[in-house]
Design a binder for this molecule. Structure first.
Ligand code: FES
Length: 300
């Protein structure tokens, strides 16, 4: 597992409080290394539950983020064996399918628990969890965990996704309703209800399930590569509102995402949709949208 000290962390003596767990001091700030843990768990256990177990029984200093634990909040995206995924929606069994077998000659192993190997220049990982009791250490699948790419690391598995959220927020991710208002039984305008047919709802409904986890952004080579690009999450968010018949700001939204770092920056690699935990084919959505815009332009 790739671990990184919080950049601003200070020595306990400087703070004058209780000793900092792990004994890291100011000189450790920003230091990165790879640390291994070994667990014996049921294969159906989620990787999130493995981390909670490690935190409770082996290493209380381990830092990762989660909230709902059920695939609803999107706060726990990490790279599992290099693939952006949600901790709470990935079981050990699933993760083991893409795990590499342990290489004891490479890892320093002591007894049941693998020793922490400090690798200051390491940029990735190594948490091992054992799906079943292995015949030998060589049979133990090693599940690698790292913060998702494209974002700076706050600490251990926690990536700073604020730039993504800021980008989404800047594009006004809320309904600017100018649709047909429903009427109340006594003939007054019902300001709380807008009319929409099932077909109109179907046009954007799946996009409302986006949980802004950052998996699509971390899967996009353009975004990860650091090019000027608002990213697939912000684009999909705007397409969701543009395709909503109740929203009246479509032309302003389209203009905003037509800037050079918006739709024109998308290279249609389509990697963004490969790992979406909500099953949104992000690349296809963006591709179809671009096609629609071009067709409308040609039709004048
Ligand atoms: Fe909320 Fe995984 S903890 S989506």
């Amino acid at each position: 597992m790739h671990r990184t000290m919080r950049p601003t962390r200070r020595a306990a003596s400087t703070l004058g409080g209780a000793p900092v767990a792990g004994g890291f001091g100011a000189s450790d700030a920003g230091r990165s290394w790879t640390q291994d843990y070994t667990l014996t768990v049921d294969p159906r256990t989620t990787v999130l539950d493995c981390l909670l177990l490690i935190k409770r029984t082996q290493d209380p200093t381990l830092a990762f983020r989660y909230s709902c634990g059920h695939g609803m909040c999107g706060s726990d995206a990490v790279a599992i064996n290099g693939t952006p995924s949600l901790l709470c929606k990935t079981t050990v069994q699933q993760a083991a399918q893409t795990a590499k077998p342990a290489t004891p000659s490479f890892r320093r192993t002591a007894g049941a628990q693998t020793a922490a190997a400090a690798v200051p220049t390491a940029t990735s990982v190594g948490t091992s969890t054992t799906a079943t009791t292995p015949a030998s250490s060589a049979d133990t699948p090693v599940i690698d965990l790292a913060p998702i790419a494209a974002f700076s690391v706050q600490r251990d598995l926690i990536a700073d996704i604020d730039p993504m959220l800021d980008q989404i927020r800047a594009l006004q991710p809320y309904l600017q309703a100018r649709g047909d208002l429903a009427m109340t039984a006594d003939g007054k305008v019902n300001v709380f209800e807008y009319l929409q047919s099932p077909e109109q709802l179907a046009k954007f409904e799946q996009l409302t399930t986006c949980i802004a986890c950052g998996v699509c952004e971390a899967s996009c080579p353009v975004f990860v590569g650091g090019d000027a690009f608002v990213g697939p999450a912000a684009l999909v968010n705007q397409i969701r509102f543009i395709d909503d018949s109740r929203d009246g700001a479509a032309s302003e939204r389209l203009a905003a995402i037509s800037e050079s770092d918006g739709l024109p920056a998308c290279q249609s690699v389509r990697a963004c949709g490969l790992n979406c935990p909500q099953g949104i084919d992000v690349g296809e959505v963006i591709w179809q949208f671009i096609q629609g815009v071009q067709t409308r332009k040609q039709e004048g």
